[in-house]
Ligand binder design. Sequence first.
Ligand code: CDP
Length: 214
Amino acid sequence: MIIAIDGPAASGKGTLAKRLAAHFGLPHLDTGMLYRGVARQMLDEGARLEDVDAAAGFALSFEPGLIDDERLRGREMGEAASVVAAHPPVRAALLALQRAFAEQPGGAVLDGRDIGTVICPGADIKLFVTATPEVRARRRALELAGRGEPVDEAAILLDIRQRDARDSQRDAAPLVKADDAVVIDTSALDVAGVVASALAIIAGKRHRIISSFQ
Ligand code: CDP
């Protein structure tokens, strides 16, 4: 079973992906960490994020082990990631790795922006997780505060709006809901509520698949 979860920044897709992976005993890939990792390497090497050729080079030689770096989770890395993620050769370079992860025996859970549309268009389950920008800014502020980072909620809201615009308006694999994805609006839901909604959607989908074979 491949579960594809997409959605905008701080919508709760990562938390949901982790919970579903644990529930079904599936491996999980947070694909945002790949773009964050490429951006981190570029900054460490003094490269400009806008340099498409340099970004493609870093993406082509990217070691998946590099995503286990706590420095990738900071606020500026999300912004930097969305700059390198808009370069088509970077996306092309990271495609095979993501598909291989998805296609491992037994299945996998992947979350990102283009999982249901580009990486796994044939995924068994596609979820599009969203929430209002204000709710997402609040959540991100709490998450950053929990990690001891300085928090300016108004600035975070501005970042979120800019990132939404950049991710949705880019030409390469923009953030859009796949036609066959089910939307979960998490604005008024806690984590347990989001997980329960997703499990109900998955159970319904599996029931329909089983019925169609009977
Ligand atoms: O956690 P958050 O939603 O803030 O960010 P993320 O999922 O780590 O993604 C960081 C950035 O990487 C996004 O703003 C996108 O520009 C980019 N990204 C992407 O283009 N495609 C993906 N599958 C995942 C992330």
